[in-house]
Design a binder for this molecule. Structure first.
Ligand code: EZ4
Ligand code: CO
Length: 412
């Protein structure tokens, strides 16, 4: 059996998705997610121009060898575009291997280590009233753990707040929240760290008073603070017992977390924009984090993320895989198989996709009582309805960016 063809399919049902479909000489197909939010077509070109020609004629069973070949033969290693492309190949080959074996992929990864995956959903609101409604709505949907993001007085538009206006093509489906916006230019948001640092602890105090001490609560700082500001935030949130505080400082400088760690016992999560084990090397070894945020889609696939998580397991660091709507159902399913199999699973981020996305990607995973399960279908359990996909052509979209009051560009 050899790889006969590989097609890169771009579709934009509720948002843009890039999917690699590998077909073998025996007619077995495998899917991989290569979606890089706001830079989708760079990965399409990387795959189409440089990777697909290398795949034709290869043995689809040689997953590790193909991974090493694509990573090392490029010479220009790492980076989000390269690693999303390699991830798509890797997951598609795992999908094929599991289909050939007639087993759901998690069985090939060691079998189930648990009955289902604890998830967290995204509650948000511009003020407390809206936020409380959103938390209640998530509890009604079954979520047992909830991320809390709110507006900050004085700031017009900030990260993490759901808005039905975000997506015109969304057909009334509320994404909590989808930050990428269709259009020719990125949206500008505003930011003020001092206002944020004053406001956030009051929000968590109110949420604990309303919803009690039991429910695991999470929060995303989205890379905006200096180490000393992040340390202060972690400390000021300690009374509210967060499950984690995410991305407190810009991820390029992992050493910044050392100072944060010295000042707070609030658990820390980072890594949604990391691509390789090298990005994690120091912060895992020095135990500067508690959760690894990488998605299968952005970290070289199952083959590589499994290595990151095995390394993390030596230090009691757990998985907290990235699962926003820009991870396609293919990427989500891959994450679920990996999460079900590994010992050091922590939590899985999960936001429901829109109805159009569910029409394009036929899924066998389930979400019940706040828990995800990848299902028992051979492979990863997702198939692409190519006819449906073709009805939604690529639409240019960008993530927003931030400016401070004086016009300076700030981390988003
Ligand atoms: O901004 O997925 O934790 N979740 C996040 C996301 C990211 C987007 C970027 O594509 O930080 O909302
Ligand atoms: Co995040």
């Amino acid at each position: 059996m050899i790889i006969d063809r590989a097609d890169v399919i771009v579709t934009s049902p509720d948002r843009n998705f890039v999917t690699l479909k590998i077909t073998t000489s025996d007619g077995v197909t495998g899917l991989g997610d290569a979606t890089l939010n706001g830079r989708e077509l760079a990965v399409v070109a990387y795959l189409t121009e440089h990777v697909v020609p290398l795949l034709i004629g290869r043995d689809p069973a040689r997953i590790e060898d193909t991974w090493q070949f694509l990573y090392r033969s490029a010479y220009w290693r790492r980076g989000p575009v390269t690693m999303a492309a390699i991830a798509a190949v890797d997951v598609a080959l795992w999908d094929i291997k599991a289909k050939v074996a007639g087993l759901p992929l998690y069985q090939l990864l060691g079998g189930a280590s648990r009955t289902g995956l604890l998830t967290y959903g995204h509650a948000s609101g511009k003020d407390l009233e809206e936020l409380f409604d959103s938390v209640r709505d998530h509890q009604e949907q079954g979520y047992k753990a909830i991320r809390v993001q709110t507006g900050v007085p004085g700031l017009k538009s900030i990260y993490g707040i759901a808005s039905n206006a975000t997506f015109d093509a969304n057909n009334g489906v509320r994404y909590d929240h989808e930050p990428a916006q269709r259009g020719a230019l990125p949206n500008e948001e505003d930011w003020d760290t001092r206002s944020y640092l004053r406001h956030v602890p009051t929000v968590f105090e109110a949420v604990r008073a309303e919803f009690g001490p039991e429910i695991p609560l999470l929060h995303d700082g989205h890379h905006r603070m200096t180490p000393i500001q992040a340390a202060r935030l972690g400390k000021s949130l300690e009374p509210y017992d967060l499950f984690w505080l995410e991305d407190v400082t810009p991820a390029e400088n992992p050493e910044a977390l050392r100072l944060v760690r010295q000042h707070t016992t609030t658990p820390l999560a980072i890594g949604e924009i990391f691509n390789t084990v090298w990005d994690y090397q120091q912060i895992i070894r020095e135990q500067l984090i508690d959760y690894v945020r990488s998605a299968v889609t952005h970290t070289g696939g199952i083959t590589h993320l499994k290595k990151v998580l095995e390394y993390a397991s030596q230090y009691q660091i757990k998985s907290g895989m990235h699962g926003p709507t820009d991870i396609s159902p293919v990427g989500m399913a891959a994450a679920m198989h990996l999460g079900l199999a590994i010992h050091n699973f922590g939590i899985q981020e999960y936001m429901k996709h829109g109805a159009k996305t569910d029409e394009v990607f036929e899924q066998s995973f389930t979400f019940e009582d706040g828990m995800l399960h990848p299902g028992e279908q051979p492979g990863i359990g997702v198939e692409l309805n190519e006819q449906a996909a073709a009805a939604y052509p690529y639409a240019q979209a960008y993530l927003p960016y931030n400016r401070l009051a004086d016009g300076t560009v700030h981390d988003w």
